[in-house]
Design a protein around this ligand. Sequence first.
Ligand code: AMP
Ligand code: ZN
Length: 503
Amino acid sequence: MSLYEAFPVSLTNSLTKQKEKFEPLVPGHVGMYVCGPTVYSDVHLGNVRTFMSFDVITRYFRYLGYKVRYVRNITDVGHLVGDVDEGEDKIAKKARLEALEPMEVVQKYTNGFHDVMRLFNIVAPSIEPTATGHLVEQIEFIRQLMDNGFAYEKAGSVYFNVRKYNETHHYGELSGRNVDEMLSNTRNLTGQDQKEDPLDFALWKKAEDGHLMHWPSPWSEGFPGWHLECSAMSTKYLGTTFDIHGGGMDLKFPHHEAEIAQNKGCNHEGGAQYWLHGNMLTVNGRKMAKSEGNGFTPEELLTGNHKLLERGYSAMTVRFFMLMSHYGSTLDFSNEALQAAEKGYKRLTAGLMLLDKLPPAGTGTTDLKKSEALKALADQALTNMSDDFNTSKTLASLFEIVGKINTFYQNPSEIAQIDTDSWDYVTQHFSGIIKDVLGLTVETEATGNNQLLDGTLNVLIELRKHAKFSQNYELSDKIRDDLKAVGVQLKDEKGGGMSYNID
Ligand code: AMP
Ligand code: ZN
């Protein structure tokens, strides 16, 4: 029996608002699409939370034996300031302010995004398509929507006709918004702009004079609407029906609602069977957002250089902090929570490191009851993960195993009573869940717990990663060698992390 049959996954489907058993379209395979970042600024920790949630989900499916095709896009055009249909493109605005080519902005922040993903040990997607790389598919999508009667052209722009769509479908099925009411309230407003109805959304926009990013199309020299890229790219790489679509809760409406409408209007299928939404990282109850000024960049987090931070925290402490809550609940940032996470992370990884120091199992008379009870703890950890990817409950099971490991270390006669098969099973899943599913790597502690030194070394480790990534091996080797000369050994960890030891 495969692991995914032994521990069947259930997940909360935003579309049905129910927890459902996960039944993939093709047995043993998972197709998942997650909305990626708009690359016009540095990502903050809130963005990281959403990508980390889907990282853990991808990792867990793979751990269970599924073959996963994970598509996470890069939005490099069409996302306008204020998430609306009029005004400046976020990327073009940044290009204007920084006197860069729009594609320089895109490259700069895509690189930065990848660095952050690596820092937090978030695995790369199987495919990372860009909106500008899929204009042909988006234009074709619009053409089909027009043929099917769900889109209309006005002065070179094309809009999705929500009212028409809602006659035969249900616009609002995902977000639960009462669109009938919204439509009747907005009827009198028609004619204020090019749209027939304010609820309609842009599929293609004609570029105004001076607009920096534009491409030819049958309707005008212009650019695609923000919602369209995800429909076009998910259809291209995963098909008209696929397993999972994910993103942050704030994207449910209008972005994901519009995606479903576009998919149904074009392909007669809604796209994903299961819609998963990660909840927000908040600061004092308010969503972390660039516009709120309450978002830390990873650098600020490592160094503690931000007014809300009492000190710096390591990347793995932050990862652990995120894992302490369920992805569907809001998570409030606080220094206390991060300090608790640091303790938890250290206790968990200390248990992991202690495994190598334990005497062998099965050297005494086997106690079947104890052996079974121990195995049940590993099973419980997997059951918790399969229960809507409940990382916080999974950590609780892992800590029970840590308790046993500590007992075995202090009382070797106890581990002697555990049969070797049970012990192998438990240790395999214990370390497998920590490293492969939760994505935690072992960071070794600086001697003396010197936080300033800790922060400084993390900055140097980051610099070295940047240097390696941009193939500046001269610099990356120099950082390593100079640190070695003063007694700090850098070590590359499996999975892309890096740790250090002080002689
Ligand atoms: P954006 O680049 O603004 O499109 O956002 C990228 C992703 O980060 C989206 O899936 C958002 O839902 C998510 N996101 C933005 N702010 C937060 C937050 N405070 N907490 C969790 N996820 C967020
Ligand atoms: Zn999207």
